[in-house]
Design a protein around this ligand. Structure first.
Ligand SMILES: [Zn+2]
Length: 580
């Protein structure tokens, strides 16, 4: 074949192919526009709140009054519900703080306060945190963003019966040392429950506690504690059927009652860490089980006091469950909080690898259960108060060559600061609460494109790039694309896992879906990117232009190609001749 013939033939075939291809492209050409729906803030209509009961520890009734005030002040931001009742029938309240006008499921985080009755400061901190969120909304950009994009669940007191007893009341003498819940147990098997409790023997209005230490050659070692009391039931023994039953933070169904871990295991209901008669035997812990099982929390925090530290799983083991991640968080917290919050670690010489289990191991503990069974990525037990330097708040009651006895008159300066210092402590620990919101995994959809065909049965490919906007390390796993019913779109590609996420990191993924009907012009459909832990980020996909080709236009294109081929052939030939 001559070169000129070769050119004609190949040009002709190329144009034919192009024209066919063009026809195909026209037939399938769609133009999808994508709108990412950013959250809009609620218009603020309220003035800053203060606590109704300031500079004092709250009773259960006063806690409830604060919750109603919050809810009434900012009803679009605050939701107040009752999760159930304590063993004595008191309501256990749940406060949800979020932008309620955004109904898409958001990243869920929760704080549970006051498993332990005497740790009143944990409940006080929760109340102040709620006030801070409501007062900061619309004023503080970062906190407004968290409230818009997270659902913040707060249980201010899990042990309202214990709180009622600790603060004292009209019908019975309070015991400020109570740790457990108020399940009635016949500790001494005499057919009666709780009939030989502690008593204020010296009538000074305080039940004093005593710690007995033994003196060795060079050390002073703790031996046991006892409290003021008399033989209330006349059986010759003192304080042998106490008020207070189960340690709620030993009653969870993870390594429950494991005697290799905890001194409080077994059937000794007088033990301060008695785990109950079965896992979740207590209504209070059953409420947490039901609540957490019906949500997906990436972050959850339990507030305690009596030591200054932050615990991560495993309470029941000797290592951190995720040492890299937890160590990073621990280090961050350490940089934000006053040094005395880590004093207990430092004194123990355990930093930086401390876990709860180094201080002591616990069986049936909340954080381990949340991590092991609920998928909570970062359960933190934040112990917010302990006054170091015992000589400041403990009197030496007795001392000889072999023993030394310290007397504690109040829980103040042990589990909680004096009332006048509550706010000062709150401002000290506040950075940890803001940090905790910041640490919650959040996404931003950096880009999203939809490629495909608008007709029924056609396959759409949805390509997305998501960016981690959590400023702190965390994990976002199995991010997917969902329809408006939050049912995942089909497709095996595109499960995105951030194993250790650094701010600004982005990853891409894509999903495919089959259209179940032909999309019309300007017809919209909504899709969501996310998962149960980070929430669902909504987008509107709209097909704004549709161009459809028919066989007629294909034929015209084909016929038009012929004269073009002829013209090309002539030009090419003449150019070639001129060159010779
Ligand atoms: Zn505690």
């Amino acid at each position: 074949m001559k070169p000129s013939s070769r050119i004609i033939t190949s040009s002709f075939l190329l144009l034919m192919a192009l024209s066919l291809l063009k026809g195909q492209m026209i037939q399938g050409y769609t133009n999808f526009s994508v709108e990412i729906l950013n959250p809009t803030s609620i218009e603020r209509t309220w003035n800053d709140l203060s606590l109704l009961y300031q500079n004092q520890y709250h009773t259960p009734e006063e806690v409830i009054a604060e919750l109603y005030q919050l809810n009434e002040t900012a009803p679009d931001l605050v939701n107040l519900t009752v999760l159930g009742q304590s063993i004595q029938g008191r309501d256990i309240h749940l406060v949800t703080i979020t932008n309620e006008q955004i109904t898409t499921p958001k990243a869920g985080v929760c704080i549970i306060s006051q498993h332990h009755a005497r740790e009143q400061i944990s409940m006080e901190a929760a109340l102040r945190f709620m006030i801070r969120l409501v007062n900061s909304y619309g004023k503080d950009e970062a906190l407004t963003h968290y409230v818009n994009t997270e659902e913040i669940y707060i249980i201010p007191t899990l042990n309202p019966d214990g709180l009622h007893y600790v603060v004292g009341n009209d019908t019975m003498e309070g015991d400020p040392w109570l740790r457990k819940n108020l399940r009635a147990i016949d500790d001494d098997n005499d057919g009666e429950c709780d009939e030989d409790p502690y008593n204020d023997v010296d009538g000074d209005g305080i039940i004093s506690g005593y710690d007995v230490f033994g003196k060795g050659l060079s050390d002073l070692h703790f031996m046991y504690s006892y409290y003021e009391g008399i033989d209330d039931d006349g059986d010759g023994r003192v304080n042998e059927d106490l008020i207070g039953g189960t340690d709620l933070n030993r009653n969870y169904d993870y390594r429950w009652n494991d005697s290799s871990l905890d001194t409080g295991t077994g059937s000794d209901a007088l033990s301060e860490t008695f785990p109950g008669f079965s896992p979740f035997s207590e209504p209070e812990t059953q409420i947490i089980c039901d609540f957490m099982t019906s949500h997906s929390f990436s972050m959850a925090m339990s507030l305690h006091s009596g030591i200054n530290t932050t615990y991560f799983p495993w309470a029941s083991g000797s290592t951190w469950a995720q040492s890299d991640r937890y160590h990073d968080i621990y280090t961050d917290l350490k940089s934000r909080l006053p040094i005395y919050f880590f004093d207990d670690y430092l004194r123990a010489g355990l930093y930086p690898t401390s876990t709860q289990s180094i201080a002591y191991t616990s069986a049936g503990e909340w954080g381990d259960w949340a991590y092991a069974t609920q998928g909570v990525q970062v359960p933190m037990t934040f112990e917010i108060y302990h006054k170091a330097g015992s000589e400041e708040y403990v009197a030496v009651e007795f001392e000889n060559l072999t023993h030394k006895i310290f007397r504690f008159d109040t829980i103040e300066e042990y589990f909680a600061p004096p009332e006048g210092k509550i706010d000062a402590l709150w401002f000290d620990i506040l950075p940890a609460f803001d940090y905790w919101l910041e640490t919650t995994p959040q996404l931003e959809v950096a880009s999203l494109t939809v490629i495909g065909n608008n007709s029924e049965g056609a396959e759409l490919t949805i390509k997305f790039k998501i960016k981690n906007t959590s400023p702190r390390v965390t994990t976002i796993a199995e991010v997917g694309v969902f329809d408006e019913h939050l049912i995942p779109f089909s497709g095996t590609e595109g499960i995105v896992v951030f194993s250790k996420l650094i701010e600004g990191e982005s990853l891409s993924g894509s999903f495919k879906t089959i259209l179940n009907h032909e999309l019309g012009v300007n017809e919209e459909f909504k899709l969501f990117i996310g998962n149960n832990f980070v929430g669902f980020y909504p987008m509107i996909i709209k097909q704004s232009i549709i161009k459809k080709a028919t066989g007629y236009f294909d034929l015209i294109g084909f016929l038009l190609a012929i004269p073009v081929v002829v013209m090309l052939k002539r030009r090419k030939t003449s150019v070639k001749l001129a060159g010779c």
